[in-house]
Design a protein around this ligand. Structure first.
Ligand code: ATP
Length: 904
């Protein structure tokens, strides 16, 4: 059979669909967008055609001699056609050379009958005439493209259908109704803009129609397009109220419905390939409407200009939060930082929430009169000792904290948090919590009392500076418990507590324990269990975030581990079982700990630890009068002049001389050495003094920590490391806890690997201190892993042949162990526990208060961003600037705070 398209003449672009593809401007409202490719062909060819050029120049010469009237009376004549012909090619039969295109615009033509004699034409462009009858085109059986826009046509394609007619532009005519176009089966693109059409009909059989434009008509309903392969649909400037019948348009990519009266985006839910939606100038009012286009995974361009929705506060960020893949919104390019701002506004990562919480408390406390806090008295080297038990609800951290304080009352005091939740029957106000009303809680925030707050299960919790102070004034270290989010805030403050993660081992046991309490709803239980997984994940992804971890389902076992941990730190050993009274006595651990002063041994004498510049003295007041030697080893209130100790002794309360603690000794040594330097003429520069190395506070204490020296599940030694975080090459081949015991195979929480877990146990190396009887026992349900980078660092650097104490510094062993959610950007798990509701107070931007109160940014600078208490600026360099501090376990803080002076 003979092909209608002679080889070489057929435009493959038409067949390939290219002609449909690039119409990015199809959504514009005027007709200037019609077939740029066609238009180009028309006019370009006219210019380029050499034959035509010749004719033109010849004509030009003739014209100079006499003006020829073209198509007089609107009747197309040969002369006009001759001038409009272009694109010389082969006839369909292949026998002749013929012109394939004709372009005759703006001749006021009314009669185009003569075109029938040009049967080989494939493209006819006759816009801007007065044509009302297109029937002669019925004879052009090879016609592919027709542009008869801007004429007087009132009947749609009212001529014998050329078999292959693919593109038709009849915009700007007088068509009032659509006809049955089933004869035009090849139709791919139909443009009927600016007519008077009130209903879409007759397209059912146009199974190749990809592009339909009916803008500026009188259409009230979207109909008659179902099941068509339409990719580009322009129904702008009609009278459409609802988006209907588009669900079946699975190919739909661009839809222009601007200039209608649409309120809802319902009806676009199933068009998964949508890339561009133009709804400018409609009546969309509600932000939830955006949910209807959430499934459009390819959506990049959305226009909602001139809709009431624009009036919503934070409109743009709300949209960007809901559809983060947009690259253009309301004809404006979307910038990266807008997307980050959107996430931070509507679903801030935990770190951002914590940073904001911190900023709020810093600013409010800053507005209060300055005050010197006992727990923060100037001391370059030693932070106030604090122990924070972190973990999900039902992990038993509160009980552990209480028990610890009960047993080690000479060392620890309980830092009582405030809460807006109601007290439970067994709770004692002021002991378990300070139970306050929301109003009081808010007031306290405004008064700058809190260092940290967090909303959990619709209740607010917060730790006040005064709660710590009460303990610090007693010369005790402070123990608190809180959720992870609280820790994130705390890590932004100047406090440098030790963080112990308390994690239930078995999810089922955990759930059972929660249920047994009978105080939680199903929803709360589910959330808590989910959060337990979040803790595990956080520990894995943030190695060193927690200093140590205790995994146990048995509270007494967990306590036994913590007790041991604490005793190791304190340098005491048990002489009697933990349950009995007075269970501990001082042993001389000096030798073992001298190289690794314990955190709570570092506690002593805030003023006394050989402060650079000679501040303070040796020893302190010695805290609470103690009947045993531990009194001398506890952190004490700042030293006062007359408490300056005699050589080798520290006076406790009554003035009775007691043995000096290790840190006092260290302090003296350092002072001696400083004195020597001075005598020998060497004075270290100030910055060196300030950056002087941070004391090592968390010792590697035993070579076989509980749960580390053996397989926690089986008691078998030397099995696979549970938290293989230390370079094994440097370790003694002991003691890593098997991961199997703590892997949550279906119902067990996965053991954090590369996180806090793992120290030392294996830590092996550190000082072969005697291990108390219970320390080596294996335990099937629990394990402890300590982390201590300080010790590890010291061991490594000291090069005294000691093995490195594993721990945090460790190379993460899981692929994602280094992943860091970062302060902004990615959406971190929100934790579920907190509903992140704002305190009413948070509606105020506390930063603005700075100026209101007349504080200068210089003031705020001098105080430093991390100072929550409004106390005197103290000489200790901010941790962020202290290289050592940055390496301390638990000190992996992020610089998330904007400089206050900028914000103000
Ligand atoms: N200041 C604080 N900041 C953040 N979280 C806190 C704070 N104080 C307490 N929390 C935590 O809030 C959670 C809810 O405490 P609450 O005492 O109401 O519950 P609970 O069921 O008794 O919890 P748990 O069994 O863990 O003690 C606990 O995980 C608790 O540790």
């Amino acid at each position: 059979m003979e092909s209608p398209f002679p080889e070489g003449n057929y435009d493959p672009a038409l067949d390939s669909g290219n002609i449909m593809e690039p119409e990015t401007d199809i959504l514009k409202l005027d007709d200037s967008n019609f077939e740029p490719d066609d238009a180009e062909l028309t006019f370009e060819n006219e210019k380029m055609d050499p034959i035509k050029d010749e004719n033109n120049s010849a004509l030009g010469e003739e014209e100079e001699q006499e003006e020829v009237e073209l198509s007089p009376g609107g009747i197309l004549d040969e002369e006009t056609i001759g001038r409009g012909l272009s694109n010389l090619g082969r006839s369909a039969t292949g026998d002749y050379q013929v012109y394939l295109d004709v372009t005759i615009p703006g001749f006021s033509l009314t009669d185009i009958s003569l075109l029938v004699e040009y049967e080989h034409l494939q493209k006819v462009e006759i816009p801007y005439n007065d044509i009302s009858d297109l029937s002669p085109l019925g004879k052009l059986k090879y016609l592919l493209i027709l542009d008869a826009s801007h004429n007087n046509i009132n009947k749609l394609l009212d001529f014998e259908a050329p078999k292959n007619l693919q593109v038709v532009n009849l915009s700007w005519n007088k068509i009032t109704q659509m006809e049955d176009l089933s004869a035009h089966k090849s139709l791919r693109k139909l443009i009927l803009d600016n007519n008077e059409i009130s209903a879409i009909v007759g397209l059912e059989k146009c199974k190749r129609l990809r592009h339909l434009s009916l803008s500026h008509n009188k259409i009230k309903k979207i109909e008659g397009v179902e099941e068509l392969p339409i990719q580009h649909l322009n129904l702008s400037n009609n009278e459409i109220k609802m988006i209907k019948n588009l669900q079946s348009l699975k190919q739909l990519r661009e839809v222009n419905l601007s200039g209608n009266i649409i309120r809802s985006l319902a009806g676009l839910d199933n068009n998964a390939l949508l890339m561009s939606i133009d709804l400018e100038d409609n009546e969309v009012i509600d932000i939830v409407e955006i949910n209807h286009i959430k499934n459009a995974k390819h959506l990049r361009d959305l226009n909602l200009l001139r809709n009431p929705i624009q009036e919503l506060p934070d409109y743009r960020l709300s949209i960007l939060f809901r559809i983060r893949r947009l690259t253009s919104l309301d004809r404006r390019l979307v910038k990266e930082n807008e997307k980050v701002a959107a996430v931070n506004m509507f679903d801030p990562p935990m770190e951002v929430v914590a940073a904001r919480d911190h900023i709020m408390h810093v600013v409010y406390s800053f507005l209060q009169p300055s005050r010197v806090w006992d727990s923060t008295l100037p001391n370059i080297e030693t932070p106030y000792p604090m122990l924070v038990l972190v973990g999900p609800q039902g992990s038993g951290k509160k009980d552990l904290a209480m028990k610890l304080v009960d047993e080690f009352g000479d060392y620890f005091g309980y830092g009582t948090s405030h809460t807006t939740r109601r007290p439970r029957p067994d709770e004692v106000a002021g002991k378990d919590y300070y139970f306050v009303s929301l109003e009081k809680f808010e007031m306290d925030i405004k008064m700058g009392q809190f260092i940290q707050t967090y909303q959990y299960n619709e209740n607010w919790y917060g730790l006040q500076m005064e709660s710590i102070e009460i303990v610090a004034r007693e010369g005790l270290a402070c123990v608190v418990h809180m959720e992870l989010e609280g820790v994130l805030t705390l890590k932004n403050t100047y406090l440098e507590p030790r963080y112990v993660l308390i994690l239930p081992l078995n999810a089922e046991d955990h759930e059972r324990r929660l249920r047994e309490r009978g105080i939680y709803t199903e929803e709360q239980i589910a959330r808590t269990l989910k959060r337990a997984d979040m803790y595990v994940q956080h520990n894995q992804e943030h190695p060193g975030f927690f200093d140590m971890m205790i995994c146990s389902d048995d509270i007494s076992e967990a306590y036994r581990q913590m007790r041991r941990l604490v005793m190791d730190y304190l340098g005491v050993s048990a002489t009697t079982p933990a349950s009995t009274a007075a269970p501990y006595t001082i042993t001389d651990t000096r030798e073992a700990t001298e190289a690794f002063p314990t955190p709570f041994a570092a506690i002593p004498s805030v003023g006394g630890v050989g402060s650079v510049g000679g501040v303070g003295g040796v020893g302190g007041v010695g805290g609470p009068a103690s009947t045993n030697q531990m009194g001398a080893r506890t952190w004490s209130k700042p030293s006062i002049p007359d408490s300056m100790s005699q050589r080798g002794t520290t006076r406790v309360g009554s003035g009775a001389p007691v043995s000096r603690g290790i840190v006092e000794e260290e302090s003296i040594k350092r002072r001696h050495s400083a004195a020597k330097d001075v005598v020998s003429g060497y004075v270290p520069p100030l910055y060196e003094q300030l950056l002087t190395s941070y004391p090592k506070t968390a010792p590697q204490s035993v070579d076989q920590q509980i749960g580390l020296g053996e397989d926690a599940g089986t008691g078998v030694q030397g099995s696979e490391p549970r938290a293989l975080s230390a370079p094994l090459g440097e370790q003694q081949p002991t003691t890593v806890t098997s991961a199997t015991a703590t892997t949550r195979g279906g119902n067990q929480y996965q053991t954090p690997r590369g996180g806090a877990a793992g120290v030392g146990g294996a830590g092996a190396g550190v000082a072969n201190r005697p291990v108390s009887a219970d320390s080596s026992s294996s335990d099937a349900s629990s394990s402890t892993n300590l982390s201590d980078l300080d010790s590890a660092t010291e061991l490594q650097q000291g090069g005294k042949g000691k093995a490195r104490g594993a721990g945090k510094g460790a190379t993460p062993t899981t692929p994602n162990a280094n992943a860091n959610a970062g302060a902004t950007g990615a959406v971190a798990p929100t934790g579920g526990g907190g509903s992140r509701g704002l305190l009413p107070t948070e509606k105020v931007n506390p930063l603005e208060l700075i100026d209101e109160q007349g504080y200068s940014s210089a003031n705020s600078r001098s105080r430093g961003g991390a100072d929550t208490s409004g106390q005197l600026p103290h000489p200790r360099p901010l941790s962020a600037h202290r290289p050592d501090s940055a390496n301390r376990p638990g000190s992996d803080r992020h610089a998330v705070l904007p400089p206050i002076q900028n914000a103000a």
